[in-house]
Design a protein around this ligand. Structure first.
Ligand code: PLP
Length: 383
């Protein structure tokens, strides 16, 4: 392999992504500045409608960020303090935080070691008389087993919420053959437009997804001080001030037009990594969930041990290849969640993944030469 990367390799390259569409972004920015409606301007609803169409006709309610979206989704269920919400033990902290901040009890359940997503059998075992909802996550860009989770929720009279911050545009094959978009199978789906997400804005942003018109109205009110749409100073319920800025919506409208191409580019990078790394002893390339497409928010390897993972990360760093551990500590071992009372060893798959996963650079701007360089650097390490 060459001594140095063909061009500097970044985990993500937003400046390059923006440069490629600079005139479109500039025009949107200038237009919003001239129109002057910075809160709830026309672009917000236009973006919601366009994203809804992209997601197969879902209703989209924009909000301030993906964490608020989770909180609003749970608020729409009218739960009581102490009610339990099952969450995957391996996820970003926001998933559990949204439940905990509302006085609900996040109940972790272990994940599948191959797909990294909530294991339906573990979720079922975590159900108690106080369980009200299952909050699954489509981690790294592919769906959790939505057929099993939907059936489980229905069997026990629970709501299903999908944290779709990482899998926008991924699809799920329903048992009847229909194709559903990630985030539209549960009562509510949520997503995030944090800049590094597959569809990211230039700041914070998020949205709620639902197929239910009445719930869309409820979610809109919850995100807007409980105010009925179009009825200023009439507050139906307690809500949040959680809005997507007009400017972000205008920029997202531009980026949404490129999302399908960017997703295809991510899938090409992943396919090249798969081809170059599938046979390397001592590591496992990402496993696919049957029934789901994969939009590759992350391309995540699993190593045999923490020592090997850390050694590979150092080796890559030395060769100019950045990599990241998403996530080094499971939620139940975070200091803020000690009150839940889960000790080390309680969720062994999640804990082992925290020690052994490593995500390689993946973004639409990576060239085949750069991907080959990364793979060659990985292959230099042999155990
Ligand atoms: C990014 C992310 C969130 C939070 O989104 P924000 O917009 O940063 O609040 C929630 N869940 C998952 C799985 C995420 O990746």
């Amino acid at each position: 392999m060459p001594a140095a990367p063909p061009a500097p390799i970044r985990l993500l390259d937003l400046p390059a992504q923006h440069a490629a569409i600079q005139p479109e972004l500039d025009a949107a920015l200038r237009r919003v500045m001239q129109e002057g409606a910075f809160i709830q301007g026309a672009d917000v609803q236009l973006f919601a409608d366009e994203l809804g169409r992209y997601l197969g006709g879902a209703r989209v309610v924009p909000c301030a960020n993906g964490t608020d979206a989770l909180q609003l989704a749970l608020m729409s269920l009218a739960l009581q303090p102490g009610d339990e919400v099952i969450v995957p033990a391996f996820t970003y902290v926001a998933t559990a935080e949204a439940a905990a901040i509302l006085g609900l009890r996040p109940v972790p359940a272990d994940v599948d070691p191959g797909t990294f997503n909530l294991d339906p059998a573990a979720a079922e075992a975590a159900i108690t008389p106080r369980t009200r909802a299952i909050l699954c996550v489509h981690l790294y860009g592919q769906c959790a087993d939505l057929t099993a989770l939907r059936a489980l929720a229905d069997r026990h009279g629970l709501a299903l919420i999908e944290d779709n911050a990482q899998a926008i545009g991924a699809t799920w094959q329903m048992p009847d053959g229909a194709v559903a978009h990630a985030g539209t199978v549960g009562e509510v789906g949520t997503t995030s437009f944090f800049p590094s997400k597959n569809l990211g804005c230039l700041g914070d942003g998020g949205a709620l997804l639902t197929r239910d018109e009445a719930r869309a109205t409820l979610l809109y009110e919850l995100a807007n001080h409980g105010q009925a749409r179009g009825r200023k100073y009439v507050h139906q319920r307690l809500g949040l001030n959680s809005r997507l800025d007009t400017l972000q919506a205008a920029l997202l409208r531009v980026k949404l037009r490129h999302l399908a191409d960017w997703t295809a580019a991510r899938q090409r990078v992943a396919a090249q990594y798969d081809a170059l790394l599938a046979d390397v002893p001592g590591l496992r390339t990402p496993q696919r969930q049957a029934g789901s497409s994969h939009v590759f928010h992350q391309y995540t390897l699993t190593l045999h041990s923490e020592a090997r993972r850390d050694a590979l990360q150092q080796h890559l760093q030395h060769h100019g290849v950045p990599s990241v551990v998403y996530y080094p500590v499971p939620v139940h071992r975070q200091p803020a969640y000690a009150y839940l009372g889960y000790g080390e060893g309680r969720f062994p798959v999640a804990e082992q993944l925290c020690r052994t996963v490593l995500s390689l650079p993946i973004h639409p701007g990576l060239t085949p030469e750069q991907v080959a360089y990364v793979a060659a650097a990985v292959r230099m390490v042999s155990w």
